[in-house]
Design a protein around this ligand. Structure first.
Ligand SMILES: Cc1cc2nc3c(=O)[nH]c(=O)nc-3n(C[C@H](O)[C@H](O)[C@H](O)COP(=O)(O)O)c2cc1C
Length: 358
């Protein structure tokens, strides 16, 4: 089994280690133009300087109406590409691979950002919000109802993901991640709890997976070199909902369509469920998908110590770990973990050499 600090190669990209940063929305684009800011440079850049192998930029709208809030980043125009290029160049200068999470929030779009603007739930059009779309007209609890996408609308979503993928490569990103988790648009199609369609995008598992598989195939067609990741919520934690078995089956299909790696999270599509959180609470979901679909996976969720991260990788339960909140507390977690595990790194930032633990 590999070690936490062993490199990992996917297609043309070699990650220097298996300590990765997942997408973390910052709700910081107060100009509402989707262009990443200095905050994104420092937030993501510090984790790259801190030794992470891959840093994935936050859920980034493939279209204006795909953003969760007006303060999210986007990747649908040239100004955004230029803004991201500056961030990506810095991540590369620190030896980290740069990923971007391509996202459409569907019925969970057009909400107030988590901070900075007073208000909760759906942001009205009068304040800069917009009409949301989804698989069906069922609203997310407490939000305004979406419009169900028609066939042309679905084609547009696929085209937006493809164009966003091309722009991401223009900006220099090494990795494209499809956000199919947390109750956002692709998850809304996957789950029977949010998808009540009666056309070829609803009903059977094959039909509910069709949007995701079209997006994966479209991204794969852009380049043979770029790793395509898919982030799933492996379960809705609800009777009659999306679950581990469906996730594993669709992960297998997505791999056939060109996806290389799966980032396994959970929940987010329905409220009122109990999520059994605790240290490493989603690791078993990642290893279920790994074992049942025979695909490579990363584990995420309350992984906070070097030994815990190392055990997950060396036991073969996941090929990599993603640390979110721990990385925000300590962007140099990877450097610290190497010290704690007795691993010698040759990528300490030169500026910080004198700070090495002796
Ligand atoms: C501030 C914050 C923002 C987040 N934004 C995203 C996001 O943009 N996309 C996503 O898939 N998950 C997002 N998540 C979930 C994290 O990627 C991660 O899966 C979750 O925090 C669990 O990992 P942790 O316990 O290491 O933080 C976010 C979490 C936090 C705390």
């Amino acid at each position: 089994m590999p070690d936490l600090f062993d490199p990992l190669t996917l297609r043309s990209v070699t990650f220097r280690n298996r300590i990765w940063v997942p997408a973390l929305c910052q709700y910081t684009v107060s100009a509402r133009d989707g262009v990443p800011t200095d905050w994104h440079l420092v937030h993501l850049g510090s984790m790259a300087a801190g030794g992470a192998g891959l840093v994935i930029a936050e859920a980034t709208g493939v279209s204006p109406e795909g953003r969760i809030s007006p303060h999210d980043t986007g990747i649908w125009n040239d100004d955004q590409v230029a803004g991201w290029r500056r961030v990506v160049d810095f991540l590369h200068s620190q030896g980290a691979a740069a990923g971007i999470q391509l996202a459409h929030a569907g019925r969970k779009a057009s909400v107030y950002p988590e901070w900075g603007v007073p208000g909760k739930g759906t942001m009205p059009v009068s304040e800069g919000g917009w009409q949301t779309v989804s698989a069906s007209t069922l609203p997310f609890t407490g939000y305004e109802p979406p419009i169900a996408l028609d066939a042309a609308g679905i084609d547009t979503v696929v085209a937006d993901f493809e164009a966003a993928g091309r722009r991401a490569l223009e900006a220099g990103f090494d990795v494209l991640e499809v956000h199919a988790a947390h109750g956002y648009l692709v998850h809304q199609f996957l789950s029977p709890l949010s998808n009540r369609r009666e056309d070829e995008y609803g009903g059977s598992l094959e039909n509910r997976a069709r949007l995701l598989l079209r997006i994966v195939a479209a991204l794969r067609a852009i380049s043979d070199d770029v790793p395509v990741l898919v982030r799933f919520s492996a379960t809705d934690y609800a009777e009659g909902g999306w679950d581990e078995a469906q996730t594993a089956t669709v992960a297998g299909w997505a791999a056939e369509a060109g996806a290389d790696f799966f980032d396994i999270s959970s929940g987010g599509n329905v409220t009122g469920v109990t999520i059994p959180t605790g240290p490493g609470y989603q690791v078993h979901l990642a290893s279920f998908v790994h074992d049942n679909a025979d695909v490579d996976v990363a584990a995420v969720g309350l992984i906070t110590t070097a030994q815990q991260a190392s055990d997950i990788v060396t036991s073969g339960r996941a090929s990599a770990v993603l640390l979110g909140r721990e990385m925000m507390r300590d962007p140099h977690f990877a450097l610290r973990a190497a010290h704690e595990l007795g691993v010698e790194l040759d990528y300490w930032p030169s500026q910080y050499l004198r700070a090495r633990w002796s």
